[in-house]
Design a binder for this molecule. Structure first.
Ligand code: SF4
Length: 316
């Protein structure tokens, strides 16, 4: 995950809950992709603070540092080395076909693409294969990158000798949670509920959520299936979904009440996360030690992999 600072409910639902569950099944590695952040914005001044905030959110969400090392890409030098080797095994034409690159160029209105931006799926392949990763939890839009990783693993193995598995993407089960305005949830768009938000802030933000535009007055019948708030009820209030649907469709439930009920459920569901967050945030030295320990553990595995790479490549 790129270090974007404090995380929001979209991150929790789309990634963190899945990561926490996967800890019981796999040995997990959690990468803070600080070099990746430079592909679209070369300003590095906020990376350290943002990485810290993100680790606090990871810990608060339930990532267990004893089982799952967390580390910054920039602090494990082997990422850069494997990236360089992989970059010789893929053509620029293949990278130019990457659909998410085209989307980013369009969304960010980029006039030119940096060399490192074009090659970021190659760095991502190095991030995964350095730990000989077998499963990568991703959103659906990331599957093309996993395909590039698989191609690179196969090409390296065929050229030099078996070192890497061909990892599989595991798509997160819950569909993406939209922002309060119905667009993609993003802190910069101001449409997100942060994991650090207080109960009051959550209620205040929920009041601004878009609903069914046809339900103008309190007693108008609504269409829950086109309402953003209803999708939040599905996630955070599954036990009352049938009742909410009935109240909405009959016009007996008003949107303000409905939003406040939803806000209360979000507050309830995220209370343990907020509590743990406040605790970790008050102990920055402990968080930094967790990161240092994670980086040391990551370096051990990364260096084993690179020893095997050097061996099969006959590089000393
Ligand atoms: S009552 Fe609830 S589900 Fe129905 S439109 Fe309003 S906010 Fe949406």
């Amino acid at each position: 995950m790129r270090p974007t600072g404090q995380l929001h409910l979209g991150h929790l639902v789309g990634a963190l809950e899945n990561w926490v569950a996967l800890q019981d099944e796999f040995q997990n590695y959690h990468l803070i992709a600080d070099y990746h952040a430079l592909t679209t914005d070369p300003d590095s001044r906020s990376l350290e603070a943002n990485s810290f905030e993100m680790v606090v959110d990871w810990l608060a969400a339930g990532i267990d540092p004893a089982r799952s090392p967390m580390f910054r890409q920039s602090q494990v030098k082997q990422h850069s080395e494997l990236h360089l080797i992989f970059s010789m095994l893929i053509t620029t034409a293949r990278l130019e076909r990457n659909p998410s690159l085209k989307e980013q160029v369009r969304d960010l209105e980029l006039e030119t693409v940096a060399y490192g931006h074009l090659g970021y799926p190659v760095l991502q392949a190095a991030d995964i294969l350095l730990y000989r990763g077998e499963v990568v939890p991703v959103g659906e839009d990331q599957l093309p990158h996993i395909e590039i990783t698989r191609e690179l693993a196969r090409r390296f193995n065929a050229q030099y000798g078996e070192v890497f598995p061909a990892p599989e993407g595991r798509v997160t089960k819950f569909p993406r949670l939209p922002g309060l305005d119905g667009k993609k949830m993003s802190k910069s768009l101001g449409n997100s509920i942060l994991l650090s938000d207080s109960a009051e802030e959550i209620a205040k933000k929920m009041r601004t959520a878009v609903t069914d535009p046809q339900k103008v007055r309190r007693n108008d019948p609504g269409r829950p299936d086109v309402c953003l708030v209803f999708s939040y009820h599905h996630k955070f209030n599954p036990g009352e979904v049938a009742e909410i649907r009935k109240g909405c469709e009959s016009g007996q439930l008003g949107c303000v009440d409905c939003k406040l009920r939803c806000a209360a459920k979000i507050v309830e569901a995220t209370a343990p996360i907020r509590e743990r967050r406040a605790d970790y945030a008050s102990k920055p030295d402990e968080v930094r030690a967790i990161l240092r320990e994670g980086e040391a553990r990551a370096r051990v595995v990364a260096s084993e992999t690179m020893d095997r790479v050097h061996q099969v490549m006959h590089l000393g």
